[in-house]
Design a protein around this ligand. Structure first.
Ligand SMILES: Nc1nc2c(ncn2[C@@H]2O[C@H](COP(=O)(O)OP(=O)(O)OP(=O)(O)O)[C@@H](O)[C@H]2O)c(=O)[nH]1
Ligand SMILES: [Mg+2]
Length: 459
C-alpha cells in the first residue's frame, strides 16, 4: 500500500525556476522582492534557483493561472535552463497545478508547498513533526488525485492517468484517520505543556516574535547565553525555547524564542502550530523583533502584526509601538487596558549594527517612536531593552478592591485562587477584599465580582 503521507517534494539536486505574477495593482518592485524571498526559501529547502520570471497579468487564468501562452513560454525557459521544478510565488488551485504540470512535464509546486517542505525538514521534536504533518495532510486532502498522478508518473508506464476513484476515496479516509490520530497525540503533548505552563505561571513571561531571520534566536542567545541554533536560513526555529533571565535590577523573567512568521504563511500551518503558538498567547509581554537592515522592514512588521492578530484574535494585542515604555510605560492607568485582552508589545529594531548612518537611524526612530534599536549580534541597545522589560515586569501587578457577598463561596474561592489577599473587611452587607493581582488575571476576577482598581501609591 502506498502511503498517503506527502513526502518533501524537493530533492537536493532540484533546479528550480521561479514564477511570480503582478496584477494591475501590484507593483513590480514588490514582486521582485517577493521572488527574492522565495529564492531564500528555495535555498533553505536545498534546491538551486536557475531562473525566474515575473508575468504581468490583468487577471488570473482559471485553468493555468498564467494563461496558456505564458505556459508555453515557461516551457521554453525550463528547457533552456534545464530546470526540473517550477515554483509559483502564489498559491495554485489543485487543478491549475495539474494543468501546468501536464503541459510542462516537470514538478510544479507553489509557495505553500515549499514552506510545508521546509517545515517538514526542519521539524525536530515530536510536537513540531506532528504539527507539520497535520498541516501537510490538510493541504494534501483536496489534492490527493494530483499527488497520485505524480506517483504514477514517477513510477513510469502508467502515463498521467490517476488512480481509480475508489483508491482515492480509500486514501482520503486513511488521511483523515491519520489526522484524527495525530490530533489526539498532539492533545496529549498539549496536556504535558499545560503542566509546564502552570509551573511557569509564577514568573513574568516574555516571548520573542518576529519575521523569520529577524534575529530572534540570536537575541535569546545573547540575553540568556543559550545555544539555540541561529542561521541565515529561514525557519531555523520551529520549537519554542524558554530560558530564565534576570533584569539588571535582579527581577527574574522567562524569555521564550518562537517560530518565525513570513508573508503568506500557510493558514494550515498557523492552525496546526497552535500548541507552539501558545507561548505567544500566554505571554505577559511580546518582543517583536524586526530586521531593521532589510528594505521591507515595515512590510515585515505588518505581516507579523497580521499573524499575531490571527493567533491572538483581533484587538487582543497592544499596538507594536504603543506597548513600548514611555507611552504604555507611564500610562499604567488602572482599568484603562482590559487586561487579558491585549498583550503589551515592544518593537525591537534589530541588526542596527548594519545601519551606521546617523541620519538613517534617526529616520528609523522617527518612524517607530516607541521602538528599541538594538543589535543582538554586538549587544548594542540590549541594556535599554532589558530596562524596558524590567519596567514592564514592575507593571505586571495591580492592586484592587473586590466587593463580594460573604455568602458567595464560589466568588471568594476565585479571589483566593487568583490574587494575593492583602486585607478583608466588612462594609455593610458586603465583603471588601483588598488584593494584589496580576493584570492578566483581572478578567477572571471581573467575571465573578465587581472589581475596583486602586492607583498604586506613589509614596
Ligand atoms: N548583523 C547582524 N546580524 C544578525 C543580528 N542578529 C541576528 N543576525 C543574523 O541574522 C541571521 C538570522 O538570525 P536568527 O537568530 O537565526 O534569526 P531567527 O529570527 O531566529 O530566524 P528563524 O528561527 O529562522 O525564524 C543569522 O545569520 C544571525 O547571525 C544582528 O544584530 N546583526
Ligand atoms: Mg530562530
Amino acid at each position: 500500500m502506498r502511503s498517503t503521507r506527502v513526502s518533501p517534494s524537493i530533492a537536493p539536486v532540484e533546479r528550480a525556476y521561479l514564477v511570480g505574477i503582478t496584477l494591475p495593482r501590484v507593483r513590480r518592485e514588490d514582486e521582485i522582492e517577493n521572488l527574492r524571498e522565495l529564492e531564500l526559501l528555495v535555498r533553505t529547502a536545498g534546491a538551486e534557483v536557475v531562473g525566474r520570471t515575473i508575468q504581468g497579468r490583468t487577471r488570473i487564468d482559471g485553468a493555468t493561472f498564467i494563461g496558456q501562452g505564458k505556459v508555453e513560454e515557461l516551457g521554453q525557459a525550463i528547457h533552456d535552463n534545464a530546470a526540473n521544478l517550477v515554483i509559483f510565488d502564489d498559491d495554485l488551485t489543485p487543478a491549475q497545478a495539474r494543468n501546468i504540470e501536464k503541459r510542462l512535464d516537470v514538478n510544479v509546486i507553489d509557495r505553500t508547498e515549499l514552506i510545508l517542505d521546509i517545515f517538514a525538514r526542519r521539524a525536530r521534536t515530536r510536537q513540531a513533526r506532528i504539527q507539520v504533518e497535520i498541516a501537510q495532510l490538510t493541504y494534501a486532502l483536496p489534492r490527493l488525485r494530483r499527488l497520485w498522478e505524480h506517483l504514477s508518473r514517477q513510477e513510469g508506464g502508467i502515463g498521467t492517468r490517476g488512480p481509480g476513484e475508489t483508491q482515492i476515496e480509500v486514501d482520503r479516509r486513511r488521511a483523515r484517520d491519520r489526522m484524527a490520530h495525530l490530533a489526539k497525540e498532539l492533545e496529549k503533548i498539549h496536556r504535558g505543556a499545560e503542566e509546564r505552563r502552570k509551573r511557569r505561571e509564577e514568573l513574568f513571561n516574555v516571548t520573542i516574535v518576529g519575521y523569520t531571520n529577524a534575529g530572534k534566536s540570536t537575541l535569546l542567545n545573547r540575553i540568556a547565553g543559550s545555544g539555540v541554533l541561529e542561521s541565515d536560513r529561514l525557519f531555523s526555529t520551529l520549537d519554542s525555547t524558554t530560558r530564565r533571565v534576570s533584569c539588571p535590577g535582579g527581577q527574574p523573567f522567562l524569555l521564550t524564542d518562537t517560530i518565525g512568521f513570513i508573508r503568506k504563511l500557510p493558514p494550515h500551518l498557523v492552525a496546526s502550530f497552535k500548541v507552539t503558538l501558545l507561548d505567544v498567547r500566554e505571554a505577559d509581554l511580546l518582543l517583536h523583533v524586526a530586521d531593521a537592515g532589510v528594505l521591507r522592514c515595515e512590510d515585515h512588521i505588518a505581516v507579523v502584526n497580521g499573524v499575531l492578530e490571527e493567533v491572538l484574535g483581533k484587538d487582543s494585542r497592544g499596538g507594536a509601538e504603543r506597548g513600548a515604555a514611555g507611552e504604555d510605560g507611564t500610562g499604567d492607568a488602572p482599568g484603562g487596558d482590559a487586561p487579558g485582552f491585549r498583550i503589551p508589545t515592544i518593537l525591537v529594531l534589530n541588526k542596527i549594527d548594519l545601519i551606521e548612518d546617523a541620519g538613517a537611524r534617526k529616520a528609523l526612530r522617527a518612524r517607530h517612536p516607541g521602538a528599541v534599536l538594538a543589535s543582538a549580534a554586538t549587544g548594542e541597545g540590549l541594556g535599554d531593552l532589558l530596562a524596558v522589560v524590567e519596567a514592564h515586569t514592575g507593571m505586571d501587578f495591580v492592586e484592587a478592591e473586590v466587593l463580594l457577598s460573604p455568602e458567595d463561596g464560589k466568588a471568594i474561592a476565585a479571589v483566593e485562587r487568583t490574587t494575593k489577599v492583602l486585607s478583608r473587611k466588612l462594609a455593610g452587607d458586603r465583603m471588601v477584599f483588598s488584593v494584589r493581582i496580576r493584570k492578566r488575571d483581572l478578567a477572571i476576577l471581573e467575571r465573578v465580582a465587581p472589581v475596583r482598581l486602586r492607583f498604586r501609591s506613589l509614596a
